[in-house]
Design a protein around this ligand. Structure first.
Ligand code: 13P
Ligand code: SF4
Length: 302
């Protein structure tokens, strides 16, 4: 990313001037991930870091629900997203009215909501979860049945690991739903001895073919602990590029499904965000209060 040196230098200067911190998701491009991010991580880490930072401004290099979560946790701080059209197919798959209808159909059953949702949907929920803590969150409630929204695949992957009965919604991540068991089998045939690490937003049939499944941070942690000679990360394109730089001895097979929403965030966009202090993320106070309860309840589970 040396070609981006000038833009990177400008962004670093602007960060100091604005007292800003850049939180970047693991799916951001390498020039953002390695060049300008102060903190990188999965959705859970970004939520925790949003609480921990004492910077005046948080720039969220990721999608809108991540910036909203940072704002919900920091009502008094300015949270910027470089492109406010950076959405998510999961967040778009469910509304607060859908949650109310689910509750009416399943009275008394708690609603566990993936953070990949709008603030309104979080506000209508009992507790949030991420792919990194979903099993713990479900089992923390001490109930025999939960409603888990909106990712139907994540819910089924968790259901396979717990005795808690899980009522699902049929949202899906447009990146992970495209992977198939045949993709994995072909990869194993073409790359002898490859270790396959999948994200739990993939269909259960794909996860069943993998050696390990976990959040993006857990995928990186698995590679770090096991140091397999050859690995395939079954997830968004930029993950392998970002992770490979830290493991020169590992050969990365690079299956590539791209998230168009994550890719709306660019270095010029981040520079503009810091220059113009936009797009500022806002959440109405009553929604933020209720959503914060669900997110903080999740964060209290270690
Ligand atoms: P995690 O990084 O929390 O695993 O989430 C993956 C994802 O798809 C975020 O959009
Ligand atoms: Fe949403 Fe999937 Fe893109 Fe993540 S990768 S932002 S879950 S569409």
């Amino acid at each position: 990313w040396a070609v981006h040196a000038e833009e990177v230098a400008q962004i670093r200067r602007l960060k100091r001037e604005r007292d800003a911190v850049i939180l970047a998701h693991n799916y951001q491009t390498p020039e953002i991930f390695h060049g300008v991010a102060d903190i990188v991580g999965d959705s859970l880490a970004l939520a925790r870091e949003a609480v921990a930072t004492d910077a005046a401004v948080i720039v969220l290099a990721g999608v809108h629900f991540m910036a909203e979560t940072a704002k919900i946790l920091n009502p008094d701080r300015r949270v910027l997203i470089p492109d406010d059209m950076a959405g998510c197919s999961l967040a778009d798959s469910i509304t607060a009215a859908d949650v109310a209808a689910l509750r009416a159909r399943h009275p008394g059953v708690p609603v566990v909501t993936y953070v990949n949702t709008s603030a309104e949907v979080k506000a209508a929920s009992d507790i949030c979860c991420t792919s990194g803590n979903a099993l713990k969150v479900v089992e923390s409630l001490g109930v025999s049945e939960v409603i888990m929204i909106p990712d139907g695949y994540l819910a089924r992957n968790i259901a396979a690991r717990t005795r808690v009965r899980i009522i699902t919604w049929d949202g899906a991540c447009e990146v992970h739903e495209r992977f198939t068991p045949e993709d994995i089998r072909r990869m194993r045939a073409e790359h002898a001895g490859v270790t396959v690490v999948a994200h739990p937003e993939c269909p259960p049939e794909v996860v069943a073919e993998a050696d390990f499944a976990g959040s993006t941070a857990e995928m990186i942690d698995f590679v770090d602990r096991r140091r397999p000679p050859r690995v395939a990360l079954i997830t968004e394109c930029s993950m392998s590029d970002n992770v490979a730089a830290g493991f020169p001895d590992i050969s990365f097979v690079k299956p590539c499904n791209m998230c168009p929403h994550m890719k709306r965030i660019t270095l010029p966009g981040i520079r503009r965000a810091l220059e113009t202090m936009s797009h500022e993320v806002t959440v109405p106070a009553d929604i933020a209060r209720d959503a914060r309860r669900a997110v903080e309840r999740m964060l209290s589970i270690r």
